[in-house]
Write a protein that binds this ligand. Structure first.
Ligand SMILES: O=c1[nH]cnc2c1ncn2[C@@H]1O[C@H](COP(=O)(O)OP(=O)(O)O)[C@@H](O)[C@H]1O
Length: 479
């Protein structure tokens, strides 16, 4: 039985798993791109004491899975490049035994909200491409925000070795030491951590039993709070102030210009409440590069006024006190890595200073220094850095004290931090609920101990026998 008790979406198509699996492939269909991850099983599968490792990864060119909706042949071709690579990496005799899973995240959750039929068509179109490969295709589906949070938490703690460490007799006595997971995508963001405090809202509560230890986990996925959707919302707030279709935006470096179609901007369900009918069809964004003003605008998307629980993060969502250490990955890592802020010793105040300095740099200077970085990413680092700070501080409640508890993680032991590994471990039943039985001593030590105790016993018997005979000898001597 799968160990992830509350995640009920085991094998997508109820297909039995291949018997001699040695490899597994997971496709992460995110909002901005799709990635293909190839994993290899440890040699000792039954014991499950080895770690499943990522042996390769490939980013599909293009604009995410929803591009299948506009141009299936072109989208199919770019996916094929990564799947062809998987065929090269996995030995031919293992390919039929290799399960392939596709999980689509928040970008597809949004598309489904807009047009459920189109979302289904996209999944079946991707499914047809994947079925044309010799692997064992297990299905394509949109995973829930709760799953995305939970699988991300499982991935990082599995790779960090925390579950096994907690499963020994000493680990079971201690408070469980796990890392909380902070995942920032393009369309949604997830926060997941073990909480000692009661989780007041059922939908945020998960219970896991992994390697013989129970975990009560808090999780929440905020749809529309991924960094691309947050940027859209931030821009949409300024549209009513547009002057001749031009808006001044403090979240872009000064000198930066971008043209945006309002039809495209408003097409997202995340902007539903900010649409205005009088908006010009095209707007020109002009950066002014001001961290403080950018922060003020970004904070507008966090509603801190309503809370029906004892405490909330924002938008009336329950969140218990932050506990323990956290691993922040995906876009958290991409952005903080670019800004050179991943070192744990850098204080929150210094991080703010660094983001402020970056925002104040003229665009021309930034462009000259980083000519090889994609312009879309480069132009958005001021916004992204500011957003990350607001989300962590204003949204989730991190502060100068517990900032040191956040580690920005790209890869852990060679595998990317993200939800995909946890998803595959669950669907292939690779994490047992109970610790596999392992005898306390090896066979050799057992035999050795038996021999030792037998010799000891013979020695004790001999000593007793000799000491009982002694008085008689002495008596003889006296006579
Ligand atoms: O190298 C990079 N630098 C900056 N941002 C990046 C880089 N690579 C990906 N991103 C961004 O990270 C975010 C995560 O993308 P993803 O497609 O996984 O989102 P999703 O899982 O929410 O759908 C997106 O905003 C994407 O644009």
């Amino acid at each position: 039985m799968g160990a992830v008790a509350l995640i009920t979406t085991a094998v997508v198509q109820n297909k039995p798993l291949p018997k001699n699996m040695k490899y597994g492939i997971v496709l992460d269909a995110g909002s901005s791109h799709t990635s293909v991850y190839i994993y290899e099983w440890p040699a000792e599968k039954e014991n499950d004491t080895g770690v499943v490792q990522q042996i390769d990864a490939c980013k599909v060119d293009g604009n995410g899975i929803s591009s299948y909706a506009h141009d299936p042949p072109v989208a199919g071709l770019s996916l094929q490049k990564c799947m062809d690579k998987a065929r090269e990496v996995i030995p031919e005799q293992q390919q039929r035994e290799t399960p392939v899973y596709l999980g689509a995240t928040a970008g597809m959750r949004l598309l489904r909200l807009n047009n459920a039929t189109l979302a289904d068509e996209v999944l079946s179109s991707v499914g047809s491409t994947l079925r044309s490969y010799p692997f064992e295709f297990q299905g394509a589906r949109i995973i829930t925000g709760q799953e995305e949070g939970a699988y991300g938490w499982i991935t990082i703690n599995y790779l960090l070795g925390n579950f096994l460490e907690n499963s020994g007799w000493l680990g079971r006595l201690k408070q469980s030491a796990t890392f909380g997971a902070l995942d920032l995508g393009g369309a949604s963001t997830q926060i997941t951590f073990v909480s000692k405090k009661e989780i007041e809202s059922q939908e945020n509560s998960l219970h896991f039993r992994l390697y013989g230890k129970s975990y009560d986990v808090y999780t929440h996925s905020y749809l529309c709070y991924g960094k691309d959707q947050a940027l859209r919302r931030q821009i949409a707030y300024t549209i009513p102030d547009a002057n001749n279709s031009t808006i001044l935006d403090p979240c872009f470096n000064s000198g930066y210009r971008r043209n945006t179609s309002t039809k495209d901007l408003y097409s997202s369900p995340c902007i539903a409440q900010q649409r205005i009918s009088t908006a010009p069809s095209n707007i020109e964004i002009k950066g002014t590069g001001n961290y403080q003003l950018c922060k003020q605008k970004v904070e507008m998307i966090f509603n801190k006024t309503q809370c029906t629980y004892s405490q909330c993060s924002f938008n009336g969502i329950f969140q218990p006190n932050l506990e323990g250490e956290f691993g922040a990955f995906s876009a958290y890592y991409f952005v903080m890595d670019f800004l050179k802020l991943t070192n744990e010793k850098i204080s929150l105040e210094r991080v703010k200073e660094a983001v402020k300095t970056h925002c104040s740099r003229p665009w021309e200077e930034v462009l000259k220094e980083f000519p090889k970085i994609k312009e879309k990413y480069l132009s958005e680092y001021c916004f992204s850095g500011t957003y990350i700070l607001s989300l962590l501080e204003n949204g989730f409640g991190f502060n100068s004290e517990n900032w040191k508890d956040i580690s920005f993680l790209g890869k852990i032991k060679g595998s990317d931090a993200g939800w995909t590994l946890g998803y595959m471990l669950n669907l292939t039943n690779m994490i047992p609920a109970e610790l596999p039985y392992s005898p306390p001593l090896s066979h050799g030590s057992y035999i050795g101990l038996m021999v030792f105790f037998s010799i000891l016993l013979v020695f004790i018997i001999l000593t007793c026998w000799l000491s009982l005979r002694k008085p008689k000898c002495l008596q003889k001597g006296i006579i």
